[in-house]
Design a protein around this ligand. Structure first.
Ligand SMILES: NC(=O)c1ccc[n+]([C@@H]2O[C@H](COP(=O)([O-])OP(=O)(O)OC[C@H]3O[C@@H](n4cnc5c(N)ncnc54)[C@H](OP(=O)(O)O)[C@@H]3O)[C@@H](O)[C@H]2O)c1
Length: 263
């Protein structure tokens, strides 16, 4: 995201400023990895920075904030980047901390792990609250509690006012949830990060976000939600394979270009 002086990073196109923020790279590097192997994720982030990525996506529930911070520090030490300011870092508050009094402490804990003074973008990971506990992925239905959207968003706005989050946004919000949020927000969400790919196009949601000035970020653009490349609905789609073959590229390469052109 940051306009880095490095020639390698200039290979990834930037998109215009999101909601008054600085320009950001159109392709980010995700750090969700299950099972999580710290050394592997740290090395992957270091390799990504070395290749020119400057837009890194993490979340408290991924357990990757610490290694993202370490990789950014290490990349600075090695001279791959001049400073942390060259990297656009997104992190997210998990459902177990989606309570008005837990959002700010959760961001402070994330910043401590990241060894950073601010994140560029802080997201509400899901429009859902779960009984407070350490962030964990496997939630029981009986632990889901009604979400205090107003209180949670006020806490997000406070994170922004304190300068700890340069921008605030949401993830996995439907049009209806966004409408609810826009009706109460003093600072509207800058971003909605949602699953988006050729088999899950969410056209109405994209139209709505465009109309409201909310930037849409795609996660799992290559069908990662199927978890394994053996059953991946995109990488194994015959029509997409034909398009890729006709251009002498892989399906992943064709869709990187597709997302760059539509961002
Ligand atoms: N906000 C949210 O709720 C949310 C949810 C999910 C993800 N995310 C973010 O989005 C990031 C990306 O998610 P994802 O991993 O699901 O996305 P993805 O971009 O769809 O990539 C993963 C899938 O694509 C395959 N793949 C990746 N690069 C490839 C290449 N060059 N050629 C062929 N196949 C390739 C992987 O295969 P293999 O299995 O063989 O490696 C895997 O099946 C996450 O790390 C996280 O930061 C956010």
């Amino acid at each position: 995201m940051a306009s880095s002086g490095s020639s390698r990073s200039s290979k990834i196109p930037e998109i215009l400023a999101v909601s008054g923020g600085r320009p950001l790279q159109a392709v980010g590097f995700g750090t969700a990895s299950f099972p999580f192997v710290a050394e592997d994720v740290k090395n992957a982030v270091l390799a990504a920075l070395d290749l020119g990525y400057r837009h890194i996506d993490t979340a408290s529930v991924y357990g990757s904030e610490q290694v993202v911070g370490e990789a950014v520090t290490e990349a600075t030490r090695r001279g791959v980047i001049a400073s942390r300011g060259e990297v656009f870092v997104t992190t997210k508050v998990w459902c177990t901390q989606c309570h008005p009094d837990l959002v700010l402490p959760s961001l402070k804990e994330s910043l401590q792990k990241l060894q950073m003074e601010y994140v560029d973008l802080y997201l509400v990971h899901w429009p859902m609250s779960v009984k407070p506990s350490k962030p964990h992925l496997f939630m029981k239905r009986e632990d889901i509690v009604p979400m205090d959207l107003r209180g949670v968003w006020e806490a997000m706005e406070e994170c922004h006012r304190l300068g700890l989050a340069k921008m605030i946004g949401v993830s996995n919000f439907t049009t209806r949830k966004l409408q609810e949020l826009l009706a109460i927000a003093k600072i509207p969400p800058a971003v909605n990060q949602v699953e988006l790919n050729p088999v899950w196009q969410q056209k109405k949601l994209i139209e709505f976000c465009k109309e409201k000035g909310i930037h849409v970020t795609a996660y799992s653009p290559l069908g990662g939600q199927t978890r394994t490349s053996q059953t991946n609905a995109i990488l194994h789609c015959e029509a997409l394979k034909e398009i890729a073959e006709a251009r002498g590229k892989s399906v992943a390469q064709v869709f990187s270009v597709y997302f760059l052109n539509s961002s």
